[in-house]
Ligand binder design. Sequence first.
Ligand code: SAH
Length: 390
Amino acid sequence: MDCDKFEQCGGCTYRHISYDAELKIKAEFVENAFRRIGNIDTPISPIIPSKFQSHYRNKAQYPVGKNSDGEVISGFYAKRSHRIVSKRDCDLQPEFFADIQQDILSFLRDNYISIYDEESHKGLIRHIYIRHAQITNEVMVCLVATSSNIPNIDALITLLTKKYNAIKSIVINLNKDKTNVILGRQCKTVFGADFITDIICDIKVKISPLSFYQVNRTQAEVLYNIAIEYADLKPTDTLIDLYCGTGTIGLCAASKVKNLVGVEIIEQAISDANENAKTNSIFNTEFICSDAGEAAKRLANEGKTPNVIIVDPPRKGLDLDVIDAIDKMSPSRLVMVSCNPTTAARDCKLLVEKGYEVKSITPVDMFPRTGHVEVVIMMTRCGSDKKNEG
Ligand code: SAH
């Protein structure tokens, strides 16, 4: 075993078997989901392995707490629990993340800074959150705390920025709530820019603390390219990208279509998406900050008839109002990107009942060693060959 905390930590599931065996399990899992939950018998393409199985993540959120001796520790949550397994050098993150984590921990200890306690809901520091833009090598460090006033923060800023040239942004995220959700809604930048910039599929992408960005960038390019190939885009197409985050999938596809509409619920992600369009000189776009279902309903009621819709929902999948609105807009091609094959299979079944046909399914391993697997699905509207082709 290449991790001494594997048994306790809730992060990895498959460190005890080879990567080939892991891929086989993941492929079977996707197959089962589509056969049993989706009742769909479309052949499933071979799973696409991740080029990197170590250090592939560009983001870590380390909970900070105290051990039974009252020492400040940080690491990962134990399986199905909020007990912190103290750990440095996690194989999934870039190696330098652990150095930054340890430097912050030393700072917290040396300055007697209070640590948040979930039980009593008292204390200041909750999480250390680090993001890395792999292509530009820019790093963002974020401290999640119950107040934006962290004693001696200037000393920490000096320490970190002197030691790590790559740190371009230091942010305090304010989270006062009694909640499992890691990030609060407010951020205060205490050093450098409010964001870092990465490049994916030749598109420059602004990454803010609250915005979603694929954690395995290299494999995300593979994922996006499959989604775009499945969308079979034409210069006359109107493309709707639902759950668009900072607009990445749509922006990667925008040069192939007439116009692009992106929908996303997080305001900061939409403002990043608009900036991303501008920075990349992409002008055929519109980004809407809204719940996907509400926006889809509105677009459908306005009589919008996109030829192609790409959806990339969170783990819970599509709400029923999204499925109804998609049905109403009646795109000839529908591409689903999903990090949860179980809900994807359920949603595909509902879409099949609405008249869609599942043409292709490709599992993509975005998260080696963990229990998660991504899947991309291509659907077409039955009898749509002549209709809606734009
Ligand atoms: N396609 C993007 C983001 C996918 S993650 C990418 O590849 O980067 C899913 C996104 O859905 C997140 O950005 C999340 O904020 C957003 N989201 C979650 N619930 C939503 C809802 N009800 N309506 C719209 N967007 C939602």
